[in-house]
Design a binder for this molecule. Structure first.
Ligand SMILES: [Cu+2]
Length: 165
């Protein structure tokens, strides 16, 4: 019996209570200059999904702000930096054309329900357990390579901050 893809997508959104696997911590962390990346992760996608999301924590230890300008991944045609906001009572996401500022001595969390990386034009579905390479480009720190550890579809953030609707 075939399960409609719409059902799978709904199940993915509703699934919860799942924890990140014990992937090598080093794979999800990277440091360059005064920028430290941690908890880089993603979610498995439905078989024919064209997009996936990437989440991570960016710590800027500098006394000056930095800016995440762009990102890319060999697994996707392009990667956009998205934000989410309420629009007429509906959560919508939109690209941040100027990227995301990381204020001085602060932490920016890209997480479900908020800012995130959008992997557009996936070359293959993201599977649980995959490590998806991504390159982040910062205005000051330059490029940083990270690996997004792919969790189960609909997995909550490691901190449990909600769903990517
Ligand atoms: Cu998005």
């Amino acid at each position: 019996m075939r399960i409609p893809h719409s059902f799978l997508a709904a199940a993915a959104l509703l699934a919860g209570g799942w924890a990140l696997p014990h992937a090598p911590a080093a794979a999800q962390q990277a440091r360059k200059g005064t920028i430290l990346i941690s908890q880089a992760w993603s979610r498995a996608t439905a078989p024919r999904a064209q997009v996936g999301a990437g989440f991570l924590t960016i710590r800027n230890t500098d006394a000056r702000p930095d800016r995440l300008l762009s990102a890319s991944s060999p697994r996707a045609a392009k990667v956009e930096i998205h934000t989410m906001s309420m629009d007429g009572g509906v959560m919508r996401m939109r690209p941040l054309p100027d990227g995301l500022e990381i204020p001085a001595r602060s932490v920016a969390t890209l997480a479900p329900g908020g800012n995130h990386l959008m992997l557009i034009g996936l070359k293959a579905p993201l599977k649980q357990g995959d490590l998806v390479p991504a390159t982040l480009r910062f205005a000051r720190a330059g490029t940083i390579q990270v690996q997004l550890a792919v969790a189960a579809p609909g997995a909550p953030a490691p901190s449990g901050s909600g769903g990517h609707q």
